[in-house]
Write a protein that binds this ligand. Sequence first.
Ligand code: F0G
Length: 375
Amino acid sequence: MTAGTAPPSPPPSGAPTAGATRQWRGVVAEYADRLPPEVGTGTVVTLREGGTPLIHSQGLSQRTGCDVWLKFEGTNPTGSFKDRGMTTAISAAVTAGARALICASTGNTAASAAAYAAKAGLTCGVLVPRGKVALGKLAQALVHGATVLQIDGGFDAALSMCRSLDESEAVELVNSVNPYRIEGQKTLAFEVCESLGRAPDVHVMPVGNAGNITAVWRGYHEEHAAGRTAGLPVLRGYQAAGAAPIVRDQSVENPCTIATAIRIGNPASWGPAIAAAEESGGSIRAVTDRAILSAYRLAAAQEGVFCEMASAASIAGLLELADAGELTAGETVVCTLTGHGLKDPDWAIAGAATPPVIAADVDTAAQRLGLRDVA
Ligand code: F0G
């Protein structure tokens, strides 16, 4: 070594220095004791997902007579609940020696898989329905370096192709048919119980490929079985009316809804989703696109929460339950808002007037903002 040259510093460990204040560690580290050992004992691929806010809604509480809370999953690292299951699925895949990942997606799974694959140094292939993926989600998959293929067909065809590739090729499928995805996603229920100090009476959520309702039910069940909560919630799942195979009890060939994230005609977790709803004493029903759009606007304009269209199906469902007199006054209700509205700003802009252009003049601005009497 040349005199005066500092020795190379050791590679950064990622460990906090003494005196650092606490940071949420991600769902694998936070819930290691409640996840399969394969997930937490090897390499953990995390972007510190989970730890999302449970936001009280005064407006929806007043409207429904219940105590309504919004679990906003849009604050996850890639902007949706998928990150909870992706950290577990990809950690298990890396520990098992996988080099390549694949998934079918309406957008969010692709965005999440691409980000975690980038973090882990794996290749990622995603198959999406042509022309039916929100631009923000496509941008995420691309910027994280995934290979994106648009399928001339819907999500169901894309998932079927991925299942075949999983069998024939050396690739790890990270859709929610991967058991580690469900394991990670159940942590949402853990957080809700910890935030409330109990299980809610009712939990409302959108249903697409039906993995999430399956996962959340498992989470509540485990909390209850471990004696951490006294009760179990009633689960209320909502599909979009034009993409409601579970409600109609038959697969839908050409699903159609503005909520592209849940535009699915043949959900992979169909059976487990029905079991979850029934065991909980709840239901899976459909809400119209009109009701979803109105709930989407309400969430943004009255609650300050910009969620994506599919997420608003839970608020639309809540309002429908309230209008039908199916909620009991004073019940604690949680709605999952599954993803962030920024992923698909087109709908937000489409519903608003174009902002006027004015001269760079304070008086004009004050007048146009209604801050001064015009007279
Ligand atoms: N909400 C959003 C924002 C979603 O992206 C999805 C599913 C769901 C709800 C429904 O959850 O499938 O577990 O019933 N998106 C998947 C995807 C299909 O490819 O991103 P589910």
